[in-house]
Design a protein around this ligand. Structure first.
Ligand SMILES: *[C@@H]1O[C@H](CO)[C@@H](O)[C@H](O)[C@H]1NC(C)=O
Ligand SMILES: *[C@@H]1O[C@H](CO)[C@@H](O)[C@H](O)[C@H]1NC(C)=O
Ligand SMILES: *[C@@H]1O[C@H](CO)[C@@H](O)[C@H](O)[C@H]1NC(C)=O
Ligand SMILES: *[C@@H]1O[C@H](CO)[C@@H](O)[C@H](O)[C@H]1NC(C)=O
Length: 354
């Protein structure tokens, strides 16, 4: 082989190796997040006091307080960048940020101390607990859905919050990791659940409810009667206010599991964790203003489709769908609304100096 050609090949090999090394370095660094500023209560915030329950020694009262706003989110390495942005947005728009207790649910297999350390580094003052979720209990119940991302066991953790969180937590706001708030979460947490609703969420009665279940479901007389006396509307399970006392009293976790058992035997729906929620709760939930879940902003990144906001005011932006703002920003192909997520991104830019 002529020397020139040989040198060229060597150069190519060096280039490829160099790129590979750079790529791995980026991946490692990408786990590092900036520290968020500290956020303080305004003077008229309720003080966290009344304790009806026994706490372990040294434990903060906030985790058993009715005055606190309890927020539940899942935490995993794939979505942590989204979770960090969501936490920052909650704190930044809250008038009583020190009265917020975060309950993070992680897979029991995940490195909880690493996740805990990552959160503490960016939010040294955050009041949070990590609740391991034994996803082997649910993985046996999951039938494969159309979108395999929805089959991740942690997706089903929202059905187990009543068991995972301490009994003294009576109301919780559940939030997905692909959203940011631009309003005070205390307003959402204070949603009136009436005298019997177990959960509250924005309802979408114009959505085609039929399409969430299979013809097998609708053609079965006994099954289709599920919605007979209910004005059932679609709701998104990414933003919910849950009365955990009522949930526990009605054992709704078991009711959801029963539908998942049935789904394994006969295909009654195509999506993952959403349809069991619709089967159990649709038509009986307390409404929340649509401003609290401007969903669908993820759109469909395979077809390059960007969604716009629904008409009306906005308190919460939700990138549900296939596309995530951090992935599109990294790929330099953001949708216009991704610019609203970017200010909450705590990731150190890969090549930035500390
Ligand atoms: C990059 O990381 C992958 C897995 O994380 C590994 O298989 C590969 O060998 C690494 N490449 C280099 C150049 O270190
Ligand atoms: C978990 O993460 C910590 C760093 O916080 C590390 O020291 C430890 O080795 C990790 N454990 C496992 C099992 O990977
Ligand atoms: C619950 O509220 C409804 C109206 O929203 C009312 O008709 C009903 O009587 C109430 N039930 C109880 C037990 O208070
Ligand atoms: C609703 O969805 C079902 C099943 O996907 C379909 O057969 C029906 O035509 C749809 N109805 C409307 C009004 O679009």
């Amino acid at each position: 082989m002529p020397l020139r050609q040989c040198l060229f090949i060597l150069w190519l090999i060096a280039l490829v190796l160099g790129l590979a090394t750079t790529a791995n370095a980026t991946t490692t660094i990408s786990q590092r997040f900036k520290e968020a500023p500290q956020f303080y209560n305004s003077p008229d915030c309720p003080s966290i006091s009344s304790i009806e329950f026994e706490l372990d020694e040294g434990e903060e009262h906030i985790f058993c307080s009715d005055e606190a706003v309890h927020v539940a989110m899942t935490l995993d390495s794939a979505y942590i960048r989204g979770s960090m942005a969501a936490i920052l947005s909650v704190l930044q728009h809250s008038s009583c940020p020190q009265n917020i207790a975060f309950h993070f649910v992680t897979s029991a297999k995940a490195n909880a101390s690493l996740l805990r350390a990552t959160i503490s580094t960016s939010f040294p003052y955050l009041k949070f607990r990590v609740h391991p979720f034994d996803d082997s209990s649910v993985s046996g119940l999951i039938s494969t859905s159309i979108r395999s991302a929805l089959d991740c066991p942690l997706n089903y953790a929202r059905s187990y919050l009543a068991n995972l969180l301490p009994l003294c937590v009576r109301r919780v706001v559940y939030l997905d990791s692909d959203l940011v708030l631009v309003d005070d979460i205390a307003k959402l947490a204070a949603t009136d659940l009436g005298n019997s609703s177990v959960l509250a969420a924005p309802e979408y009665c114009n959505a085609n409810f039929t399409s969430y279940f299979t013809p097998t479901f609708w053609s079965n007389h006994a099954l289709s009667l599920t919605f007979a006396n209910r004005k059932a509307c679609y709701f998104n399970t990414g933003v919910m206010v849950i009365d955990l006392d009522r949930w526990r009293a009605g054992d709704y976790t078991t009711k959801i599991e029963e539908w998942m058992e049935l789904q394994k035997r006969m295909r009654i729906y195509e999506l993952g964790s959403l349809p069991p929620f619709l089967l159990v709760f649709a038509g009986n939930i307390a409404p929340v203003d649509h401003r609290w879940n401007q969903h669908g902003l993820g759109g469909d990144n395979f077809r390059g489709l960007c969604r716009d906001l629904h008409p009306g005011p906005v308190s919460l932006l939700h990138w549900s769908g296939k596309g995530k703002p951090w992935a599109r920003l990294d790929a330099n192909r953001p949708c216009p609304l991704d610019a609203l997520w970017a200010p909450y991104d705590l990731l150190h830019t890969p090549f930035a100096l500390d």
